[in-house]
Design a protein around this ligand. Structure first.
Ligand SMILES: Cc1ncc(COP(=O)(O)O)c(C=O)c1O
Length: 388
């Protein structure tokens, strides 16, 4: 049996009819940019999120950038964010000229550590960017409390958590802005690049509409400096067609995650769920001391895995200029060496999941020297010293 990490072709084949109809409708319409399909998607996505407005844009990276631009984030400003994320979260901050200030993560949930967050606030801090990583939402009540105390806006990075809920509220409807990615493998994916920003006020909405379209209020009237970051009509139609299925797909993701956890508990460190939060399992990430060996073994069994992410942002060459020493984000760094993402997508069969579970068990049984789950759970949690 082969278990690929993902299978987008299978997804297309299963929903071929609705995809083909959506594309054919747009092609025949002669309207390809900023037309009725985008408006329809933005309305339907806002309804799905139960928020006031959404604005389509070209990617998740630019969704974060546009929200930061709407907040007028500029060089000299500091943006609080985790280093344990997809690097594009940080690229978007860099695009504004502002300085990303890295916050460590919680050892159990692997999302932002709110105690470290508060420690890192300075008079230059302008915004907090919690990342809902792997489909698990950050602790939004604590973050909002800190944000309100310091009068800071919150921009949620929802790229990996479309459809997730925190105390009944959808990810992206809690902060002042939410930034979404529709990269094809996401929980709601386009057949190409795409993104969106959610917001709650007409003022923010109007500003985002201008920012994504050359800063124009109407043709040839450029009120502010903007860029070209639009979600095209074909992708908008493809996304609208899929909104009705997102919750169903997320339920299947949760079912697969439960099957993995039932089969792997006590064998490897399985993902932690938070009580207030509905994990939508964009990724199913286990932890093991011999991660690299386990990954190589699974490959020999025909099981595709990936690491999200092997090198945290503060240790990447591009961010060397920020001068974070090794050890400055201890939990982030410890986690990066142990994490492994197992295959998880809605079309995965139970037989495939069981095959992966068996393969992991086989590796662990053959490697009795690999550290106990208890030892792995005892990841030391020290306060990061921040920049050095
Ligand atoms: C957490 C996170 N933020 C931002 C992005 C950027 O999204 P995109 O690839 O659509 O630019 C991604 C996706 O790669 C992501 O996973």
């Amino acid at each position: 049996m082969k278990v690929p990490f993902g299978d987008l072709k299978l997804h297309y084949q299963e929903y071929k009819e609705i995809f083909d109809q959506a594309v054919a409708r747009v092609l025949a319409s002669g309207y390809y940019i900023l037309g009725p399909e985008l408006q329809r998607f933005e309305d339907e996505f806002a309804r799905y999120l139960d928020c006031k407005f959404t604005v389509g844009c070209a990617s998740g990276t630019e969704a974060i950038y546009l929200a930061l631009a709407a907040l007028d984030i500029k060089p000299g400003d500091e943006v609080l964010v985790v280093a344990h994320t997809a690097v594009p979260t940080i690229s978007a901050i860099s695009m504004t000229g502002a300085t990303p200030v890295f916050v460590d993560i919680d050892a159990q949930t692997m999302v932002i550590d709110v105690a470290d967050l508060e420690r890192k606030i300075t008079e230059r801090t302008k915004v907090i960017v919690p990342v809902h990583l792997y489909g698990l939402m950050a602790d939004m009540d604590s973050i909002k409390k800190i944000a309100d105390k310091h009068n800071l806006p919150v921009l949620e990075d929802v790229a990996q958590a479309t459809g997730a809920k925190y105390k009944g509220l959808r990810a992206g409807s809690i902060g002042r802005f939410g930034a979404f990615s529709f990269y094809p493998s996401k929980n709601l994916g386009a057949l190409g690049d795409g993104g969106a920003i959610s917001c709650q006020t007409k003022e923010d909405y109007d500003r985002l509409l201008k920012l994504r379209n050359y800063g124009q209020s109407k043709r040839y009237h450029h009120d502010i400096v903007g860029i070209n970051s639009r979600l095209d009509e074909i992708q908008a139609a493809i996304l609208s067609a899929q909104i009705p299925f997102v919750d169903e797909w997320n339920d299947r993701r949760k079912e697969i995650a439960k099957r993995y956890t039932d089969g792997l508990k006590g064998i490897v460190q399985t993902p932690v769920e938070a009580t207030d939060s509905d994990h939508v399992y964009h990724l199913y990430v286990i932890r093991h001391e011999q991660r690299n060996e386990l990954q190589a073994f699974l490959e020999t069994k025909g099981v595709g895995t990936l690491i999200h992410y092997p090198t945290p942002a503060h240790r990447q060459e591009a961010y060397r200029y920020l001068n974070y020493a090794a050890g400055s984000l201890p939990v982030t760094e410890a986690v990066a060496n142990r994490i492994l993402s197992l295959p998880l997508f809605p079309e995965l069969t139970n037989e495939q999941v069981d095959f992966v579970i068996e393969a992991v068990r086989e590796f662990v049984n053959a490697n009795p020297n690999s550290a106990s789950v208890e030892k792995q759970l005892a990841t030391p949690v020290k306060a990061g010293t921040g920049r050095d």
